[in-house]
Design a protein around this ligand. Structure first.
Ligand code: SF4
Length: 313
């Protein structure tokens, strides 16, 4: 009944199905570090950065800005070829720091270097909502006529009190504005949200589904909060552990089922949880690999006979 109703083949609007429909076949993302900085670290907005941030925790070993973008891409292709079925199409994922934090000319040069690599059919550009303007959007709109271009905004929370507490340096209104401006240009917009940030109740996290549902987002990634060693958040957690809701795997999956039920079925869900290398984690990270977490999540949806958007209004 669920598939007939929303037209999805799974109980949630799953990213691989969407990509297959949109781009045909398997498309591999290749993470690159293009040497950008972040306005919340270099003094443009602040110097301390977001309290949870540790870029090393999600940068693969082959990604370092001292290598050219082309070299990182060819090493990324070789890295993935030894682990997974070889893909024929690739998206260059500008992930580290804020990948629109430069002049339009510099951005154009770096994006072109990636797009000129064989097999690269588009870009995924991770950035902050306050790091976008009309000139950059024109560049991206232009590129999106020929390539698959995605701007992925770190939303992190819809609550300004949380954004302030994690020293994010921008408001949720900034996020709404950036997402709207990007969507209005016909550019694919993704978002990233963290569950478990300090001071947020379960109810506050759940109610964000209504707000996210109304935004013109194409895709969304959800992550449980991971506290990394050496961050300001590690200190905060150690002095105030009661301010954090850090569910175990089962509680988190139950929460995600409730969340997904309230989420607009139009929005493609790219991830429901994150993976962290244990060496970076303050707490023992739960869960095995992401694909196994996803299997458990889908079994739970089936057991409860529910689906994305079942309680969406
Ligand atoms: S999370 Fe992103 S915006 Fe925040 S400090 Fe790190 S790189 Fe900058």
């Amino acid at each position: 009944m669920y598939s007939a109703y929303w037209g999805h083949t799974r109980r949630f609007n799953a990213y691989p199905d969407y990509m297959k429909k949109k781009l045909g076949g398997r498309v591999q993302k290749l993470t690159i570090d293009a040497g950008f900085s972040c306005p919340n670290r270099d003094g443009t907005k602040g110097t301390g950065g977001c309290t949870f941030c540790l870029n090393d925790a999600f940068n693969p070993s082959y990604c370092t800005p001292d290598k050219s973008i082309a070299r990182q891409i060819s090493e990324g292709i070789a890295f993935h070829a030894t682990r997974y079925k070889r893909a024929e199409k690739y998206l260059a994922y500008f992930q580290a720091f804020s990948n629109t934090h430069a002049s339009v000319d510099e951005l154009a040069k770096k994006y072109k270097e990636a797009l000129d690599c064989e097999g690269v059919i588009g870009l995924v550009i991770g950035t902050r909502p306050d790091c976008m303007d009309a000139g950059k959007l024109d560049l991206l709109q232009n590129l999106s006529q020929r390539y698959h271009i995605v701007v992925e905004y770190g939303i992190e929370s819809v609550h300004n009190k949380t954004l302030q507490r994690i020293n994010r340096g921008h408001s949720f209104e900034d996020t709404l504005e950036a997402v709207k401006m990007t969507a209005n240009k016909g550019i694919h917009v993704g978002g990233h949200l963290i569950f478990g940030l300090p001071g947020e109740s379960r109810q506050e996290m759940l109610m964000s589904a209504n707000i996210i549902s109304q935004m013109p987002l194409n895709t969304i990634k959800f992550h449980q909060l991971q506290i990394f060693k050496g961050t300001a958040m590690e200190l905060e957690y150690k002095s105030n552990p009661g301010d954090f809701i850090l569910p175990g795997e089962n509680d988190y999956l139950n929460f995600m089922v409730e969340y997904i039920e309230m989420l607009n079925p139009r929005i493609v869900v790219e991830r429901i949880a994150g993976e962290t290398p244990p060496r970076y984690s303050v707490l023992q990270p739960w869960g095995p690999r992401y694909d196994q977490i996803l299997v458990k999540f889908e079994k739970l949806l089936e057991k409860r006979d529910t689906w994305q958007g079942r309680r969406w209004q």
